[in-house]
Design a protein around this ligand. Structure first.
Ligand code: ADP
Length: 752
């Protein structure tokens, strides 16, 4: 019988979306007072929130007696056949053989609290075992253990025998949380240097399990973007997609029609009534999802808007109500969804990669279209692993083609054998991913400039996202949600005896997740950047030089030899670039991005995310948007009206002023006023062109003004008077010139 337990959310969305519990690592046995009694799950009324660290229970076990509520957990699943559309070109096909290195051993001893002299065998994972089986000769690990021998096949390497020493990439894993195991394996394969307790000197990469704001970091790269967790919350994502739907309704039809509760409750009721009136045969179902919820927490289905549970919960816990997709694609009569891993490598310029394979999570009861009778059957309607694992029908399988968790590629193979156009499906999925990220990036940029202001020291960011996608019967992919912290756990829980659980390795999880983490690291490898930049080849940071020195001692030399060409033994990248590769097809959608650039320019004081009334006025004035029909008094009224409404809906009331979404709404109003007869996206595009044109002209004027300073320093004063905050690009030459002119003047005054 499968392990069953009461699933209680232990942490909000900010924690791993499905990997909550950290009560054990691989092989640890955790005991639970839960017995083996039969349990069913049903939806119950949502209780009041128990504070930020504990979401309310809504799926409750019925039937059996109580039991300790434990943090739920879930693992994601596996990889397989690459999409037919393309294969990345650059990778070597050689399989990896990655014995652990001496200093890593030392690190792992330190982290395990063991004295350096004791023999500790590095953990050999199933994936490493299989890789070593193919890629290396001799027993794995032996080459590395203390002997300093090189990995077979590496002698001479790509440097033709010359000993070229590279400082190894350093990674701070002290905040990796549930992704730690997969990260460790990835680092071993890459021969990078892990700092499990952090490091006094800066690291190249900081791997955070939860969010960007885990530390004060001034250099290197962090695997989280500031603001991403907020951006992918159900309400924020729905709003961002809706803005895009207003502009491009056809392009953004992959997201179910949604309403935000409680603020749009009456709109929801009115729109549903209207649609029912116009089509009496329409018998919709809706799904209510609490904002910030995860793992199916607090979700319920309704047939009529009047069924929304208003008692307390909606007011205290906002939610999204969404049209329920009643006709999903079924496999073996079961509903399933897809988890795809997406790497947002850079915001500016935008760079997106998609993992070639993903996971399919299956329901555990045969699907039936929703009726009043089956609405409450969780195992029929919700695909969450964390819920279905508690069903008696859940099947753990190491075979990628069977079980309740399979690879997405296994589904594609099956579809392909039935004659489905799998290539088109992949291209639709890629398009869904790019469009979703285009919807998210404008606000992310606002967060980014606020946390990491241009010109101040700070890290750069990248992030692995989990996209949850549902396939409709006609194979159309629909976006369900985006996870900022997709589970990277590579083990699952097994009940050894009643109430006794063991974490056992999950080879499928390991295969997919380790590949995603490792290849993300390969793509953000700081040394690749340095190798590309000739200046960096000679200029090394002092701390690195010191570490280099220590590397020259004989004990460490072998490590450096082994550090040569770590890429050579790795499999081909599992991440495929989709942007900028397909930029030409999607760039026309990036209107809100351009609006965000205007917004950020007028934010003025760095560190804010909201525009003050003066900033808004300056925007209007500098873009020449005010005229006899639209006075500055009307500008102020527009600002106050829109800002007040958005602030009344805001979850965070920390800052006053106009948020980006409010600015976008104001911009739409202005565009509609100015370019009356066009469709909305053309009105908006025309207004953006208009604004950009005037600002470019102004920048040009300022540059000319700046040149004037060279001749007469005082000439700059009237130029600064209108309070326009210059963009960094425009600012830099002006500042440099001013500084040069003043230095010259000082020099002359001293000389003569
Ligand atoms: P959570 O973050 O709590 O997992 P999701 O939005 O992923 O919330 O929804 C949970 C599950 O509910 C999904 O995995 C999917 O099976 C189902 N679901 C969510 N939205 C819809 C929808 N609009 N139509 C059909 N099924 C849905």
């Amino acid at each position: 019988m499968a392990a069953k337990r009461l699933s209680e959310m232990a942490s909000p969305k900010e924690a791993d979306d499905s990997a909550r519990s950290q009560n054990g690592r691989s092989g640890h046995i955790t005991s639970s007072p839960l017995g083996r009694s039969e349990c069913g799950y049903r939806l119950t009324a949502i209780g009041p929130s128990r504070g930020p660290s504990a979401a309310p229970l809504s799926w409750q076990r019925v039937g059996s007696g109580g039991g300790r509520a434990e943090a739920a957990r879930c693992g994601m699943e596996s990889a397989g056949v690459p999409p037919q559309s393309s294969t990345p070109a650059q990778e070597a096909e050689e399989p990896p053989g990655s014995p652990a290195l001496p200093d890593e051993e030392l690190q792992s001893r330190q982290s395990a609290g063991q004295p350096p002299g004791e023999e500790v065998l590095p953990a050999v994972t199933s994936q490493e075992r299989s890789h070593r089986g193919v890629g290396s000769q001799g027993p794995p690990g032996r080459a590395a253990r203390g002997k300093g021998r090189r990995a077979p096949g590496r002698r001479g390497g790509e440097d033709g025998g010359r000993a070229v020493r590279r400082p190894r990439v350093t990674v701070d894993s002290s905040k990796a949380k549930t992704s730690l195991e997969a990260l460790k394996i990835s680092l071993r394969q890459l021969r990078w240097r892990e700092f499990p307790f952090g490091r006094r000197l800066p690291c190249d990469i900081y791997w955070h399990g939860v969010s960007f704001h885990d530390n004060d970091i001034f250099s290197g790269q962090v695997n989280k973007f500031p603001g991403m967790t907020e951006m992918v919350r159900k309400i924020t994502l729905s709003r961002a997609v809706r803005t895009m739907q207003d502009l491009f309704p056809l392009e953004y039809d992959f997201y179910p029609r949604s309403w935000i509760l409680p603020e749009e409750l009456s709109l929801f009721v009115a729109e549903v009534r209207m649609m029912k009136d116009s089509d009496p045969s329409w018998k919709p179902t809706f799904i209510v999802k609490p904002d910030g919820g995860c793992q199916g927490d607090g979700i319920y289905l309704i047939k009529d808007p009047s069924d929304i549970r208003l008692t307390g919960s909606i007011q205290s816990r906002p939610a999204v109500v969404q049209e329920y997709i009643c006709k999903p694609l079924l496999v073996d009569k079961l509903k399933f969804d897809i988890r795809l891993y997406v790497l947002l490598k850079s915001l500016e310029p935008l760079e997106i990669y998609i993992a070639k394979d993903g996971l399919s999570r299956f329901c555990t009861e045969p699907y039936q279209e929703p009726t009043l009778k089956n609405l409450h059957q969780v195992f029929m309607h919700l695909t969450n692993y964390s819920l279905n694992i508690h069903s008696g029908n859940f099947i753990h399988s190491d075979n990628v083609n069977t079980g309740s968790k399979r690879t997405f590629s296994s589904i594609l193979c099956r579809l392909s054998s039935r004659g489905a156009d799998v290539k088109k499906l992949w291209s639709d999925i890629i398009s869904l991913v790019i469009k979703t990220i285009i919807a998210l990036t404008p606000e992310l940029k606002v967060y980014y400039q606020s946390d990491i202001p241009a010109g101040k020291p700070g890290p750069t960011c990248f992030q692995i996202l989990g996209f949850d996608i549902l396939l409709m019967k006609n194979l159309k992919p629909m976006l369900l949600e985006v996870n900022a912290n997709p589970s990277m756990r590579i083990e699952h829980e097994q009940e050894l005896s009643p109430g006794v659980f063991e974490n056992v390795p999950s080879p499928v999880d390991e295969e997919v997740k380790v590949a995603v983490i490792r290849d993300t690291l390969r793509l953000v490898d700081p040394q690749k950047k340095k190798r590309k930049d000739p200046q960096c080849q000679t200029l090394q940071h002092v701390s690195e030089a010191n570490e280099e020195l220590s590397d020259t001692c004989p004990a460490n030399r072998a490590e450096n030899d082994a550090g040569r060409s770590p890429e050579a033994g790795l499999p081909s990248l599992c991440l495929k670039q989709v942007f900028p590769k397909y930029a030409k097809q999607f760039n026309y959608l990036r209107l809100v991005d351009r609006m965000a650039a205007l917004f950020i320019r007028f934010l003025g004081v760095k560190g804010t995310t909201k525009l003050g009334p003066t900033g808004f006025r300056t925007f209007i004035r500098n873009c020449k948007l005010s005229n006899s029909n639209f006075s500055m008094a009307s500008v102020d009224i527009l600002y106050i009206d829109i800002t007040r409404r958005w602030n009344s809906m805001a979850i965070d009331h920390k800052e006053s002023g106009m948020c980006l979404q409010a600015f976008v709404e104001a911009f739409f109003c202005l565009a509609q006023k100015k370019f009356k007869s066009l469709p909305l996206h053309k009105q908006v595009a025309s207004l953006i062109d208009f604004c950009e044109y005037h600002l470019a002209a102004l920048d040009e004027k300022r540059l000319v003004c700046g040149r004037g300073i060279m001749e007469h320093r005082r000439a700059v004063v009237p130029c600064q008077a209108d309070g326009l905050p210059l963009t960094p690009a425009a600012h830099a030459p002006l500042l440099n010139r001013t500084a040069t002119a003043s230095k010259l003047a000082d020099y002359r005054s001293h000389r003569y």
